[in-house]
Design a protein around this ligand. Structure first.
Ligand code: S3P
Length: 174
């Protein structure tokens, strides 16, 4: 993607890293359409993510997630906020390496807990936060190297969504 203006920008990172907020703002700033992968999955499946996890299980959710991501490979001028697990599936990785300019929004573990546990709703809506903190931490630590390997890292702990958005636009050459 070097040297050309990216037609697709993907934000990856753990839950609570600000992917949704930043992608929405970034879309407005650069005039790209904002797409939330979880919302796309929900539209296609006709039910909320937490319902899919509860009734069909995570494995089926991951299939829906890949299918939804693949529908985006020929769309242009889009900013995608992905779910925290999307880059973990190997069959999705080509999208992030070859088909989009990918940004890893880094959030420290403590900051992530603060953000996602602040509103009960934000926690309740996320099936993978319904487990002991030490298991959430394991998941977080396992995923970091994958995020690191796929995206340009932007640290979010002490930055506002607008600042992050400006940094991404700069990095993407937009
Ligand atoms: C998940 C993150 C969620 C959602 C699903 C699974 C994950 O998205 O896709 O609950 O595996 O980390 P957010 O990262 O937007 O919360």
């Amino acid at each position: 993607m070097h040297g050309t203006i990216p037609r697709r920008i993907s934000l990856i990172g753990f839950m609570g890293s600000g992917k949704t907020t930043v992608a929405r703002l970034l879309g407005l700033k650069i005039g790209y359409k904002y797409i939330d992968l979880d919302s796309l999955i929900e539209q296609r499946a006709g039910r909320p993510v937490r319902e899919i996890f509860k009734v069909e299980g995570e494995k089926i959710f991951r299939t829906y997630e890949s299918q939804a991501l693949m529908t985006l490979q020929e769309q242009n001028d889009i900013v995608i906020s992905t779910g925290g697990g999307a880059p973990i599936q190997e069959n999705n990785r080509r999208f992030f390496t070859d088909l989009s300019f990918t940004v890893f929004l880094y959030v420290s573990f403590d900051e992530m807990l603060k953000r996602t546990f602040a509103g009960k709703k934000s926690r309740d809506l996320r099936p993978l936060l319904q487990q002991p903190v030490k298991d959430i931490e394991n998941l977080y630590r396992q995923r970091l190297p994958v995020y690191e390997s796929l995206g340009v890292k932007v640290i979010t702990d002490n930055a506002t969504p607008l600042e992050i958005c400006d940094e991404i636009a700069f990095l993407a050459g937009l």
